[in-house]
Design a protein around this ligand. Structure first.
Ligand SMILES: Cc1cc2nc3c(=O)[nH]c(=O)nc-3n(C[C@H](O)[C@H](O)[C@H](O)COP(=O)(O)OP(=O)(O)OC[C@H]3O[C@@H](n4cnc5c(N)ncnc54)[C@H](O)[C@@H]3O)c2cc1C
Length: 369
Protein backbone atom coordinates (compact mmCIF):
# COMPACT_ATOMS: atom_id res chain seq x y z
CA UNK A 1 0.00 0.00 0.00
CA UNK A 2 1.30 3.50 -0.85
CA UNK A 3 2.36 5.94 1.83
CA UNK A 4 0.13 8.87 2.72
CA UNK A 5 0.49 12.27 4.36
CA UNK A 6 -1.68 15.35 4.64
CA UNK A 7 0.99 17.48 3.03
CA UNK A 8 4.21 16.80 1.20
CA UNK A 9 6.50 19.76 0.70
CA UNK A 10 9.16 19.27 -1.97
CA UNK A 11 12.09 21.59 -1.33
CA UNK A 12 13.36 22.81 2.02
CA UNK A 13 14.47 26.37 1.25
CA UNK A 14 12.69 29.17 3.13
CA UNK A 15 9.38 28.69 1.26
CA UNK A 16 9.25 24.95 1.86
CA UNK A 17 10.55 24.98 5.42
CA UNK A 18 8.18 27.73 6.55
CA UNK A 19 5.26 25.98 4.81
CA UNK A 20 6.09 22.67 6.51
CA UNK A 21 6.49 24.40 9.88
CA UNK A 22 3.12 26.15 9.59
CA UNK A 23 1.29 22.97 8.54
CA UNK A 24 2.91 20.85 11.26
CA UNK A 25 1.84 23.44 13.84
CA UNK A 26 -1.70 23.09 12.49
CA UNK A 27 -1.52 19.39 13.34
CA UNK A 28 -1.15 18.14 9.78
CA UNK A 29 1.00 15.14 8.96
CA UNK A 30 3.76 16.76 6.97
CA UNK A 31 6.68 15.36 5.04
CA UNK A 32 9.39 17.76 3.88
CA UNK A 33 11.82 16.52 1.23
CA UNK A 34 15.10 18.28 0.51
CA UNK A 35 18.48 17.01 -0.71
CA UNK A 36 20.39 19.26 1.75
CA UNK A 37 22.73 20.41 -0.97
CA UNK A 38 22.40 24.19 -0.75
CA UNK A 39 25.57 25.70 -2.21
CA UNK A 40 27.78 27.78 0.07
CA UNK A 41 26.79 31.41 -0.41
CA UNK A 42 25.85 34.57 1.45
CA UNK A 43 22.55 36.41 1.09
CA UNK A 44 21.25 39.56 2.72
CA UNK A 45 18.16 39.29 4.90
CA UNK A 46 16.04 42.23 5.93
CA UNK A 47 15.93 42.91 9.67
CA UNK A 48 12.12 42.75 9.36
CA UNK A 49 12.20 39.13 8.19
CA UNK A 50 14.76 38.16 10.81
CA UNK A 51 12.62 39.73 13.53
CA UNK A 52 9.51 37.85 12.34
CA UNK A 53 11.32 34.52 12.24
CA UNK A 54 12.66 35.14 15.74
CA UNK A 55 9.31 36.22 17.18
CA UNK A 56 7.50 33.29 15.61
CA UNK A 57 9.89 30.84 17.29
CA UNK A 58 11.39 29.47 14.09
CA UNK A 59 14.92 30.52 14.93
CA UNK A 60 16.23 28.99 18.12
CA UNK A 61 18.34 31.36 20.19
CA UNK A 62 21.88 31.30 18.85
CA UNK A 63 21.02 28.93 15.97
CA UNK A 64 21.88 31.55 13.41
CA UNK A 65 24.28 34.45 13.85
CA UNK A 66 23.63 36.87 11.00
CA UNK A 67 26.30 39.51 10.46
CA UNK A 68 24.79 43.02 10.61
CA UNK A 69 26.31 45.13 7.87
CA UNK A 70 25.77 48.78 6.93
CA UNK A 71 25.00 49.13 3.23
CA UNK A 72 26.20 51.65 0.66
CA UNK A 73 24.54 51.80 -2.76
CA UNK A 74 25.78 53.69 -5.78
CA UNK A 75 22.87 54.99 -7.84
CA UNK A 76 23.12 57.66 -10.53
CA UNK A 77 26.68 58.48 -9.53
CA UNK A 78 25.84 59.15 -5.87
CA UNK A 79 26.74 56.82 -3.02
CA UNK A 80 23.87 56.40 -0.58
CA UNK A 81 24.17 55.01 2.95
CA UNK A 82 21.89 54.70 5.93
CA UNK A 83 20.46 51.21 5.40
CA UNK A 84 21.77 47.94 6.66
CA UNK A 85 21.15 44.27 6.05
CA UNK A 86 21.82 41.02 7.88
CA UNK A 87 24.24 38.69 6.14
CA UNK A 88 23.43 35.01 6.43
CA UNK A 89 25.10 31.86 5.15
CA UNK A 90 22.24 30.26 3.26
CA UNK A 91 23.04 26.61 4.07
CA UNK A 92 22.99 27.44 7.80
CA UNK A 93 19.84 29.51 7.42
CA UNK A 94 18.03 26.73 5.55
CA UNK A 95 19.16 24.16 8.15
CA UNK A 96 17.77 26.34 10.94
CA UNK A 97 14.39 26.63 9.23
CA UNK A 98 14.17 22.91 8.45
CA UNK A 99 15.09 22.14 12.05
CA UNK A 100 12.17 24.33 13.14
CA UNK A 101 9.83 22.37 10.85
CA UNK A 102 11.12 19.10 12.35
CA UNK A 103 10.64 20.42 15.92
CA UNK A 104 7.04 21.27 15.01
CA UNK A 105 6.48 17.64 13.93
CA UNK A 106 7.28 17.54 10.21
CA UNK A 107 9.23 14.54 8.99
CA UNK A 108 12.24 15.75 7.08
CA UNK A 109 13.53 13.41 4.39
CA UNK A 110 16.94 14.00 2.86
CA UNK A 111 16.50 13.33 -0.83
CA UNK A 112 14.72 14.55 -3.93
CA UNK A 113 11.16 14.18 -5.13
CA UNK A 114 9.01 15.08 -8.10
CA UNK A 115 5.47 16.40 -7.70
CA UNK A 116 2.54 14.83 -9.48
CA UNK A 117 -1.19 15.35 -8.88
CA UNK A 118 -1.95 14.08 -5.39
CA UNK A 119 1.48 12.65 -4.73
CA UNK A 120 5.22 13.11 -4.60
CA UNK A 121 7.52 10.54 -6.13
CA UNK A 122 10.69 10.20 -4.09
CA UNK A 123 14.07 9.69 -5.72
CA UNK A 124 13.89 6.07 -4.60
CA UNK A 125 10.75 5.64 -6.73
CA UNK A 126 8.51 5.46 -3.67
CA UNK A 127 5.18 7.24 -4.18
CA UNK A 128 3.95 9.35 -1.31
CA UNK A 129 0.25 10.21 -1.68
CA UNK A 130 -0.90 13.45 -0.12
CA UNK A 131 -4.00 15.60 -0.06
CA UNK A 132 -1.78 18.49 -1.05
CA UNK A 133 1.72 18.77 -2.48
CA UNK A 134 3.64 22.02 -2.32
CA UNK A 135 6.28 22.46 -4.97
CA UNK A 136 8.94 24.51 -3.19
CA UNK A 137 11.87 23.51 -5.41
CA UNK A 138 12.80 27.13 -6.05
CA UNK A 139 13.71 28.09 -9.59
CA UNK A 140 14.00 24.42 -10.48
CA UNK A 141 10.30 24.13 -9.76
CA UNK A 142 9.44 27.15 -11.89
CA UNK A 143 11.44 25.73 -14.76
CA UNK A 144 9.04 22.78 -15.00
CA UNK A 145 6.00 24.98 -15.71
CA UNK A 146 5.00 27.42 -18.43
CA UNK A 147 6.85 30.48 -17.26
CA UNK A 148 7.22 34.14 -18.14
CA UNK A 149 10.84 35.12 -18.04
CA UNK A 150 12.51 38.53 -17.65
CA UNK A 151 15.82 39.46 -19.29
CA UNK A 152 18.21 36.50 -19.22
CA UNK A 153 20.68 37.24 -16.44
CA UNK A 154 23.17 35.18 -14.55
CA UNK A 155 24.80 35.82 -11.17
CA UNK A 156 28.37 34.79 -10.46
CA UNK A 157 29.35 34.51 -6.81
CA UNK A 158 32.73 33.89 -5.18
CA UNK A 159 34.56 34.29 -1.91
CA UNK A 160 37.17 37.04 -1.68
CA UNK A 161 40.00 37.32 0.83
CA UNK A 162 41.24 40.70 2.05
CA UNK A 163 42.47 42.66 5.06
CA UNK A 164 41.06 41.16 8.29
CA UNK A 165 40.59 44.66 9.73
CA UNK A 166 37.91 45.56 7.11
CA UNK A 167 34.62 45.84 9.01
CA UNK A 168 31.40 44.11 7.84
CA UNK A 169 29.66 46.11 5.14
CA UNK A 170 27.78 45.71 1.90
CA UNK A 171 28.16 47.72 -1.29
CA UNK A 172 25.76 47.67 -4.25
CA UNK A 173 27.29 48.96 -7.49
CA UNK A 174 26.17 49.34 -11.07
CA UNK A 175 28.99 48.94 -13.58
CA UNK A 176 29.26 48.67 -17.36
CA UNK A 177 28.28 45.02 -17.67
CA UNK A 178 25.77 44.72 -14.82
CA UNK A 179 25.70 45.23 -11.08
CA UNK A 180 27.69 43.93 -8.13
CA UNK A 181 26.96 43.13 -4.49
CA UNK A 182 29.96 43.06 -2.15
CA UNK A 183 29.18 41.50 1.22
CA UNK A 184 32.09 41.94 3.61
CA UNK A 185 31.70 39.54 6.52
CA UNK A 186 34.59 40.93 8.63
CA UNK A 187 37.66 38.87 9.51
CA UNK A 188 39.13 39.22 6.00
CA UNK A 189 36.37 37.46 4.03
CA UNK A 190 33.80 38.83 1.63
CA UNK A 191 31.25 37.39 -0.78
CA UNK A 192 31.13 39.04 -4.19
CA UNK A 193 28.18 38.54 -6.50
CA UNK A 194 28.00 40.09 -9.96
CA UNK A 195 24.84 39.91 -12.04
CA UNK A 196 25.35 40.10 -15.78
CA UNK A 197 23.65 39.39 -19.09
CA UNK A 198 23.56 35.64 -19.51
CA UNK A 199 25.14 36.02 -22.95
CA UNK A 200 28.79 37.04 -22.76
CA UNK A 201 30.15 38.50 -26.01
CA UNK A 202 33.65 37.37 -24.94
CA UNK A 203 32.46 33.88 -24.01
CA UNK A 204 34.82 33.99 -21.04
CA UNK A 205 34.86 31.41 -18.27
CA UNK A 206 32.92 32.39 -15.12
CA UNK A 207 36.10 33.01 -13.09
CA UNK A 208 37.43 35.33 -15.80
CA UNK A 209 34.11 37.20 -16.03
CA UNK A 210 34.06 37.63 -12.28
CA UNK A 211 37.69 38.85 -12.20
CA UNK A 212 36.95 41.37 -14.95
CA UNK A 213 33.87 42.61 -13.09
CA UNK A 214 35.85 42.93 -9.86
CA UNK A 215 38.45 45.04 -11.65
CA UNK A 216 35.71 47.35 -12.99
CA UNK A 217 34.24 47.83 -9.51
CA UNK A 218 37.46 47.98 -7.50
CA UNK A 219 37.51 51.76 -7.07
CA UNK A 220 34.30 51.61 -5.02
CA UNK A 221 35.14 48.57 -2.90
CA UNK A 222 37.29 48.23 0.24
CA UNK A 223 40.91 47.79 -0.79
CA UNK A 224 42.84 44.58 -1.07
CA UNK A 225 40.12 41.97 -1.77
CA UNK A 226 41.00 39.20 -4.25
CA UNK A 227 39.24 35.94 -5.21
CA UNK A 228 40.18 33.15 -2.80
CA UNK A 229 40.17 30.60 -5.62
CA UNK A 230 38.82 29.97 -9.12
CA UNK A 231 35.62 28.57 -7.60
CA UNK A 232 32.58 30.49 -8.87
CA UNK A 233 28.93 29.80 -8.09
CA UNK A 234 26.84 30.37 -11.22
CA UNK A 235 23.12 30.97 -10.67
CA UNK A 236 20.38 31.96 -13.03
CA UNK A 237 18.84 35.19 -11.79
CA UNK A 238 16.29 36.20 -14.45
CA UNK A 239 12.92 37.16 -12.98
CA UNK A 240 10.48 34.27 -13.48
CA UNK A 241 6.72 34.07 -13.18
CA UNK A 242 5.09 30.65 -13.21
CA UNK A 243 1.76 29.98 -14.85
CA UNK A 244 -1.34 29.71 -12.64
CA UNK A 245 -1.61 26.05 -11.54
CA UNK A 246 -4.55 24.26 -13.12
CA UNK A 247 -4.45 21.46 -10.56
CA UNK A 248 -4.93 22.55 -6.97
CA UNK A 249 -3.43 19.36 -5.59
CA UNK A 250 0.07 20.64 -6.47
CA UNK A 251 0.72 24.26 -5.58
CA UNK A 252 3.95 26.11 -6.34
CA UNK A 253 5.26 28.24 -3.49
CA UNK A 254 8.19 30.67 -3.25
CA UNK A 255 10.51 30.95 -6.22
CA UNK A 256 8.78 27.98 -7.85
CA UNK A 257 5.83 30.35 -8.18
CA UNK A 258 7.67 33.61 -8.91
CA UNK A 259 11.37 34.38 -8.62
CA UNK A 260 12.16 38.06 -8.34
CA UNK A 261 15.24 39.94 -9.49
CA UNK A 262 17.95 39.64 -6.81
CA UNK A 263 18.50 43.38 -7.13
CA UNK A 264 15.39 43.80 -5.01
CA UNK A 265 17.16 42.17 -2.05
CA UNK A 266 13.74 40.90 -0.96
CA UNK A 267 13.75 37.36 -2.36
CA UNK A 268 13.63 35.65 1.03
CA UNK A 269 11.04 38.08 2.32
CA UNK A 270 8.91 37.36 -0.74
CA UNK A 271 9.34 33.64 -0.48
CA UNK A 272 8.36 33.52 3.21
CA UNK A 273 5.38 35.76 2.43
CA UNK A 274 4.44 33.26 -0.25
CA UNK A 275 4.57 30.44 2.33
CA UNK A 276 2.21 32.41 4.57
CA UNK A 277 -0.19 32.87 1.65
CA UNK A 278 0.07 29.17 0.76
CA UNK A 279 -0.90 28.28 4.35
CA UNK A 280 -4.15 30.17 3.93
CA UNK A 281 -4.82 28.31 0.67
CA UNK A 282 -3.97 24.97 2.29
CA UNK A 283 -6.39 25.60 5.17
CA UNK A 284 -9.11 26.72 2.78
CA UNK A 285 -8.72 23.62 0.61
CA UNK A 286 -8.71 21.37 3.69
CA UNK A 287 -11.83 23.04 5.05
CA UNK A 288 -13.51 22.55 1.68
CA UNK A 289 -12.55 18.87 1.63
CA UNK A 290 -13.80 18.40 5.18
CA UNK A 291 -17.09 20.03 4.17
CA UNK A 292 -17.26 17.81 1.09
CA UNK A 293 -17.04 20.82 -1.21
CA UNK A 294 -13.97 19.74 -3.13
CA UNK A 295 -13.26 16.21 -4.33
CA UNK A 296 -10.31 14.90 -2.37
CA UNK A 297 -7.30 13.48 -4.14
CA UNK A 298 -5.17 10.91 -2.32
CA UNK A 299 -5.31 11.10 1.47
CA UNK A 300 -7.88 13.38 3.07
CA UNK A 301 -7.00 15.65 5.95
CA UNK A 302 -9.92 14.40 8.03
CA UNK A 303 -9.69 13.94 11.77
CA UNK A 304 -9.55 10.14 12.00
CA UNK A 305 -6.40 8.33 13.05
CA UNK A 306 -4.02 7.33 10.31
CA UNK A 307 -0.61 5.82 9.75
CA UNK A 308 2.02 7.34 7.58
CA UNK A 309 5.26 5.58 6.74
CA UNK A 310 7.78 7.47 4.73
CA UNK A 311 10.92 6.16 3.08
CA UNK A 312 14.15 7.95 3.79
CA UNK A 313 16.02 7.27 0.59
CA UNK A 314 18.92 5.01 1.27
CA UNK A 315 17.89 4.07 4.80
CA UNK A 316 14.66 2.15 4.61
CA UNK A 317 11.31 3.32 5.91
CA UNK A 318 10.29 5.27 8.97
CA UNK A 319 6.84 4.88 10.50
CA UNK A 320 4.72 7.57 11.98
CA UNK A 321 2.67 6.69 15.03
CA UNK A 322 -1.06 7.13 14.36
CA UNK A 323 -1.91 10.66 15.20
CA UNK A 324 -4.99 12.83 15.49
CA UNK A 325 -5.21 15.39 12.75
CA UNK A 326 -5.59 18.62 14.66
CA UNK A 327 -4.38 19.47 18.15
CA UNK A 328 -5.74 22.68 19.69
CA UNK A 329 -4.75 25.73 17.75
CA UNK A 330 -2.02 27.86 19.29
CA UNK A 331 -3.37 30.72 21.33
CA UNK A 332 -2.13 33.75 23.22
CA UNK A 333 1.35 34.97 22.42
CA UNK A 334 2.03 32.15 19.96
CA UNK A 335 -1.07 32.91 17.97
CA UNK A 336 -0.24 36.58 17.88
CA UNK A 337 3.29 35.84 16.73
CA UNK A 338 2.01 34.35 13.50
CA UNK A 339 -0.46 36.34 11.42
CA UNK A 340 -1.68 33.17 9.76
CA UNK A 341 -2.58 30.95 12.69
CA UNK A 342 -6.28 31.63 12.17
CA UNK A 343 -8.01 29.91 9.28
CA UNK A 344 -9.40 32.20 6.61
CA UNK A 345 -13.10 32.93 6.75
CA UNK A 346 -13.63 33.04 3.01
CA UNK A 347 -12.97 30.28 0.51
CA UNK A 348 -11.44 31.52 -2.68
CA UNK A 349 -9.28 29.70 -5.20
CA UNK A 350 -5.61 30.62 -5.08
CA UNK A 351 -4.21 32.84 -7.76
CA UNK A 352 -0.67 33.60 -8.86
CA UNK A 353 0.68 37.15 -8.65
CA UNK A 354 -0.46 39.22 -11.60
CA UNK A 355 1.75 40.21 -14.48
CA UNK A 356 1.47 43.77 -13.18
CA UNK A 357 3.09 42.76 -9.92
CA UNK A 358 5.94 41.16 -11.82
CA UNK A 359 6.48 44.20 -14.00
CA UNK A 360 6.64 46.59 -11.06
CA UNK A 361 9.10 44.41 -9.19
CA UNK A 362 11.36 43.82 -12.14
CA UNK A 363 11.39 47.49 -13.08
CA UNK A 364 12.37 48.88 -9.68
CA UNK A 365 16.11 49.61 -9.84
CA UNK A 366 16.48 51.19 -6.43
CA UNK A 367 14.88 48.55 -4.25
CA UNK A 368 18.26 47.58 -2.79
CA UNK A 369 19.21 51.18 -1.93
C1 LIG B 1 21.92 35.23 -7.35
C2 LIG B 1 20.83 35.40 -6.36
C3 LIG B 1 21.05 36.18 -5.23
C4 LIG B 1 20.05 36.37 -4.30
N1 LIG B 1 20.28 37.16 -3.21
C5 LIG B 1 19.31 37.35 -2.30
C6 LIG B 1 19.53 38.17 -1.16
O1 LIG B 1 20.62 38.70 -0.95
N2 LIG B 1 18.49 38.33 -0.29
C7 LIG B 1 17.28 37.73 -0.47
O2 LIG B 1 16.39 37.91 0.36
N3 LIG B 1 17.05 36.95 -1.55
C8 LIG B 1 18.03 36.74 -2.44
N4 LIG B 1 17.80 35.95 -3.53
C9 LIG B 1 16.51 35.29 -3.66
C10 LIG B 1 16.44 34.07 -2.76
O3 LIG B 1 17.59 33.28 -2.91
C11 LIG B 1 15.21 33.27 -3.13
O4 LIG B 1 14.10 34.12 -3.29
C12 LIG B 1 14.87 32.22 -2.11
O5 LIG B 1 15.96 31.37 -1.83
C13 LIG B 1 13.72 31.37 -2.61
O6 LIG B 1 13.38 30.45 -1.63
P1 LIG B 1 12.64 29.11 -2.03
O7 LIG B 1 12.45 28.34 -0.77
O8 LIG B 1 11.45 29.43 -2.87
O9 LIG B 1 13.65 28.35 -3.00
P2 LIG B 1 15.13 27.88 -2.73
O10 LIG B 1 15.78 28.68 -1.67
O11 LIG B 1 15.78 27.84 -4.06
O12 LIG B 1 14.96 26.41 -2.16
C14 LIG B 1 14.58 25.36 -2.98
C15 LIG B 1 14.98 24.08 -2.28
O13 LIG B 1 14.45 22.98 -3.03
C16 LIG B 1 15.43 21.98 -3.10
N5 LIG B 1 15.14 21.14 -4.26
C17 LIG B 1 15.35 21.39 -5.57
N6 LIG B 1 14.91 20.36 -6.32
C18 LIG B 1 14.41 19.45 -5.46
C19 LIG B 1 13.81 18.18 -5.62
N7 LIG B 1 13.62 17.62 -6.82
N8 LIG B 1 13.41 17.51 -4.50
C20 LIG B 1 13.55 18.05 -3.28
N9 LIG B 1 14.12 19.27 -3.07
C21 LIG B 1 14.54 19.94 -4.14
C22 LIG B 1 16.73 22.74 -3.22
O14 LIG B 1 17.83 21.92 -2.85
C23 LIG B 1 16.50 23.89 -2.23
O15 LIG B 1 16.88 23.54 -0.92
C24 LIG B 1 18.80 35.76 -4.49
C25 LIG B 1 18.56 34.97 -5.61
C26 LIG B 1 19.57 34.80 -6.55
C27 LIG B 1 19.32 33.95 -7.77
Amino acid sequence: MGQTADLVVIGGGPAGAVSAWLAARDGAQVVLVDPDEAPDRIEGMSPRLHAWLGRSGMLEAGALQPVPAPRRSLWSGTMHGGNHELLVARPAFDHALRAAAARAGAQVITGVATPEPGAAVLGSGERLAAALVLDARGRRGAARRPVRRGPATVSLGAWLAGPPSTPPQTVVLPFDAGWAWFAGMGGGRAWLQVTLDAADPHQARPAARLARSLAQCAAWLPEGFRPESDGVLVRESSPLLSGVPDDLSVLPVGDASAAIDPLSGHGMFWTVSSALAAAAVRRTLAAGRDAGETPSRGASSGSGPRTCSCGRPGSGATSFAPRRAAPPRPSGARARASPTTRPPTTQRPPSAPSAGWWSRTAACPSARS
